[in-house]
Design a binder for this molecule. Structure first.
Ligand code: ATP
Ligand code: MG
Length: 435
């Protein structure tokens, strides 16, 4: 029975968020939630697990995510009986699941919907700074809106978030992917061009040149940069409507005073985008500089079996955002304990527990020393807790139905007040006078 047990560690690329960091997460999340409320967004919470085929279809078979980054498994033990519906995947992003839910529950029956989801997503990538296997995203989805006005509204929402977090070192890159017919024409020209340059294509590019040639241009391979720069531009294949949409986006951004750079090679790693796509990029995070990516996905509802529904949204990486905000010093140390109860003996401990509840009723943050130890070590804990007051109940106080109130922090003139006695019945009142 005495077999030793090898200690268990967290899975590589999946981080514990400990109390010395979690308060920053809570503050970030609350800033984000109040901002989203200002723009009329409602929360939606979809399951972490979905059928694999949702993501294969929704994100696209020939994408990094679906090709190599998904955590996929089945609970069926008998390989012969596994059909595609039995394959499950831990969400690698939110949009596909949110759209699935919107279709399933007919959420857009009466009116369009602004929805957001926030939480963990999972991608099997090589862990490094800013890149994890479990990470957090905010996903914002404006569903049922077709105009450039909504493309710009969500960009303004993001710009406001940067302001709230005091981020300045972050820039907007923008592109227009047109509609699928326009992309098809461009794609033909692009494939012909890539065929002419096949000699300098790397393995990734060769594999993708027929399945997803646009992604070939997204390459980071230095040897392919010039080829990519001179490739046929999608923009030259856009029709009047697509161009008008894009021009309207640009015009509204200018009106709102939002700087942007048009990046014709910005295609995004997900298949479902059309018309406007954008990324917010920073140089402050090293190699993992993309904080947020988004765009229009007018075709996704239909792709997933719903009615045609124009949508625009974005995915924002919270680890990267939190790091940027932390550098700006926007997070405040968490609210500490205000009152610490120090006591001696079983009876005093009982009285302390009940008085502490009364103080909490009055809104104070209260900690009662747990267990029994000497006054000296209890006062040390009281100090460490950050409390302003120690409420002391020793034998003498107990006998007289009193407590001693001991100020632990210096007043403005640098002195610490002496402790004084207060009848137990008056404690809450006396503290309230000194709030
Ligand atoms: P990247 O080019 O960095 O791989 P991506 O295009 O795969 O990003 P999206 O799918 O658009 O990213 O996800 C939106 C955001 O989520 C990214 O801009 C980034 O901030 C964050 N993100 C993506 N992958 C990771 C990861 N493995 N770890 C931490 N954050 C990530
Ligand atoms: Mg990626």
């Amino acid at each position: 029975m005495s077999k030793t047990f090898n200690k268990v560690h967290a899975i590589r690329g999946m981080n514990d968020i400990l109390p010395n960091e979690s308060y920053k997460w809570e503050q970030l999340e609350s800033i984000i939630k109040s901002l989203l409320a200002q723009y009329g967004y409602q929360n939606i919470r979809t399951p972490i697990l979905e059928q694999t085929r949702l993501f294969a279809r929704g994100i696209g078979e020939v994408t990094d995510i679906v090709e190599k980054e998904m955590y996929t498994f089945t609970m069926k033990k008998d390989a012969d009986k596994v059909d595609p519906e039995d394959m499950l995947t831990m969400r690698p992003e939110f949009t596909a699941g949110v759209v699935r839910a919107a279709i399933e529950h007919n959420l857009l029956y009466e009116r369009p919907l602004r929805a957001y989801a926030m939480g963990q997503v999972f991608r099997h990538e090589r862990p490094q700074k800013g890149r994890y296997r479990q990470f957090h995203q905010l996903s914002v989805e404006a569903m049922g809106f077709d105009g450039p006005d909504m493309d710009v509204e969500i960009i303004l929402l993001l710009a406001r978030l940067w302001r709230k977090l005091k981020l300045t070192n972050i820039r907007l890159e923008l592109n227009c992917l047109g509609q699928s017919a326009e992309r098809a024409q461009h794609r033909e020209a692009l494939i012909a061009y890539l065929e002419k340059h096949v000699a300098i294509l790397d393995e990734d590019a060769k594999r993708r040149m027929y399945s997803n040639p646009l992604r070939v241009l997204d390459t980071k391979n230095p040897a392919m940069q010039e080829m990519a720069n001179n490739a046929p531009k999608l923009f030259d294949y856009l029709g009047a409507e697509s161009k008008a949409h894009f021009e309207a986006v640009c015009e509204r951004l200018q009106q709102a005073g939002i700087d942007y750079v048009i990046n014709p090679r910005l295609v995004r790693g997900l298949d479902y985008y059309n018309l406007t796509v954008f990324e917010w990029v920073t140089d402050a995070l090293g190699a993992q500089g993309t904080v947020c990516g988004g765009g229009r996905y007018d075709g996704l509802f239909e792709l997933l079996g719903g009615k045609a529904t124009p949508c625009v949204g974005f995915g924002l990486g919270l680890e990267r955002l939190l790091e940027l905000a932390d550098e700006q010093g926007v997070f405040q140390s968490p609210q500490e304990t205000e009152i610490y109860f120090v006591h001696q003996g079983e009876k005093a401990s009982q009285v302390a527990a009940l008085l502490a509840e009364k103080c909490r009723d009055a809104g104070w943050k209260v900690m009662v020393h747990a267990g029994s130890s000497g006054f000296k070590s209890q006062f040390k804990r009281a100090d460490l807790s950050g409390a302003r007051w120690a409420v002391v109940i020793g034998e003498e106080e107990l006998a007289q139905n009193k407590v001693a109130l001991k100020p632990l922090r210096a007043t403005e003139n640098g002195t610490i007040e002496h402790q004084f006695e207060v009848p137990q019945a008056d404690l809450v009142q006396v503290l309230a006078e000194r709030k």
